[in-house]
Design a protein around this ligand. Structure first.
Ligand code: ADP
Ligand code: MG
Length: 396
């Protein structure tokens, strides 16, 4: 485990400048933040530091500027939104590398808050440039990383600076991610059931390989299932199948033994559109010209029962094309099964941007144990890879 913000005593916070890497990569339209979820998620760490009398200096990337300043990716709208949320003034440091920036951070009142301009306005950020990391480090007396979603990237603001500015600790959001994902992987209450779906098997091969020895079952849905169907020699019609991964799917099935559970049936259609004619068929009855867009009702019940009797559940990837009803049915059924399992005391963790969106869409985000905020980062964590932004923090 990594050293956490809560472990720091009053003396190391009072009056000190806390340089906090947050995830303020929020959607912006017409100069205003349209979804403040990520800002709200960072508030516990920010308010805690303010309450301890720290001078809080926040920094984050926003969007994908191409190696230099671009007005549409400025942090300015975030600063205004944060002021509203905090009910307190926030200083915007437009030129974080100018010598005055250091002075500005030192002159913040105790409990005061500043936000630096977008870290990706500096070419050294993504290159993890040592000089840029040193310049960031000069803006704080301690480092806090609360941006789990960026921790799989070794950037100057996530990795480089953590080696230069000590103590370097995890914020509350980061700590929560590491606790729930870590607990699921390392100390799962059994049965431990993973549910994998989504469009492609190719991005999740390492995940399957890493989970197989740890879990009791892997339930496979989404288009991923179709590549396995093909490996079984079944007709898959026009379903999304990765032809070059069929051999690999066959090898994985052999390796998994009974652990890999595939859908027994599919909801199919001739094309993907709302209101098209759909049919539910057993998996070996997908006709040519039709495609699987969701798991069928029997599979929902089968997967649902396995999920409800699990002690630990990890879910990554929707069961069907949930963006296009009625093909959201299977995904929503799985979300409800997770909520019921949670009620029975299971630890349930959702990782992956689209799966998290589906759980939110079902209104069930509060009824599972943890919805990870980091799509790519949670995937890499579950694959058992070290996240550079986490590895660089102090050990507990
Ligand atoms: P996550 O973001 O949760 O990791 P992925 O990005 O891997 O999930 O996959 C999500 C995508 O998979 C969705 O856009 C969804 O429409 C698609 N998908 C799921 N099932 C199917 C299917 N049967 N056919 C085509 N696309 C599918
Ligand atoms: Mg996705």
């Amino acid at each position: 485990m990594k050293r956490s913000l809560a472990s720091l005593d009053a003396a190391s916070l009072d009056g000190r400048r806390a340089l906090v890497r947050v995830d303020f990569n929020t959607p912006i339209k017409d100069g205003a933040v349209t979804d403040a979820t990520r800002i709200i998620a960072a508030l516990p760490t920010i308010e805690y530091l303010r309450g301890k009398g720290a001078r809080v200096v926040l920094f984050s990337h926003l969007g994908r500027p191409k190696g230099g300043p671009e007005p549409k990716y400025s942090m300015q709208p975030v600063v205004r939104e944060l002021e509203r949320r905090l009910g307190a003034p926030v200083t915007f440091i437009r030129e974080p590398l100018a010598p005055e920036a250091v002075t500005t951070t030192r002159r913040l009142p105790r409990g005061g808050v500043a936000v630096l301009e977008n870290t990706r306005f500096f070419p050294g950020e993504e290159a993890n440039d040592a000089e840029l990391a040193r310049q960031f480090a000069a803006l704080g007396d301690l480092y806090v990383n609360d941006a789990f979603g960026s921790a799989h990237r070794a950037h100057a603001s996530t990795e480089g600076v953590a080696h230069l500015l000590k103590p370097a600790v995890s914020g509350f959001l980061m700590e929560k991610e590491l606790r729930y994902l870590g607990q699921a992987l390392d100390h799962p209450t059994r049965p431990f059931v993973a549910i994998l779906g989504g469009a492609k098997i190719s991005g999740k091969i390492e995940l399957i390989e890493a989970l197989l020895p740890k879990v009791d079952e892997i339930l496979v849905g989404g288009a991923m299932a179709c590549t396995f169907f093909r490996a079984m020699g079944l007709e898959t019609g026009t379903s999304l199948v990765e032809a070059d991964k069929v051999d690999l799917a066959r090898a994985l099935m052999r390796k998994a033994g009974g652990k890999l559970v595939l859908p027994s049936g599919a909801v199919i259609a001739e094309r993907l559109a709302p209101g098209v004619e759909t049919r539910a068929v057993p998996r070996d009855r997908i006709p040519p010209g039709w495609a699987m867009y969701d798991i069928d009702h029997l599979t929902e019940q089968d997967f649902g029962a396995r999920i409800e009797s699990a002690g630990t559940v990890v879910w990554n990837g929707p069961m069907g094309v949930f963006e296009t009803p009625p093909f959201d049915h299977g995904t929503l059924a799985i979300a409800r099964a997770l909520a019921r399992a949670t009620e029975h005391g299971a630890v349930t963790v959702v990782g992956g941007g689209d799966s998290a969106a589906a759980v939110a869409q079902a209104g069930l985000a509060d009824r599972v144990t943890h919805v990870s905020t980091g799509g790519g980062a949670s995937l890499e964590f579950l694959e058992g890879r070290a996240l550079p932004g986490v590895a660089a923090l102090d050990d507990a």
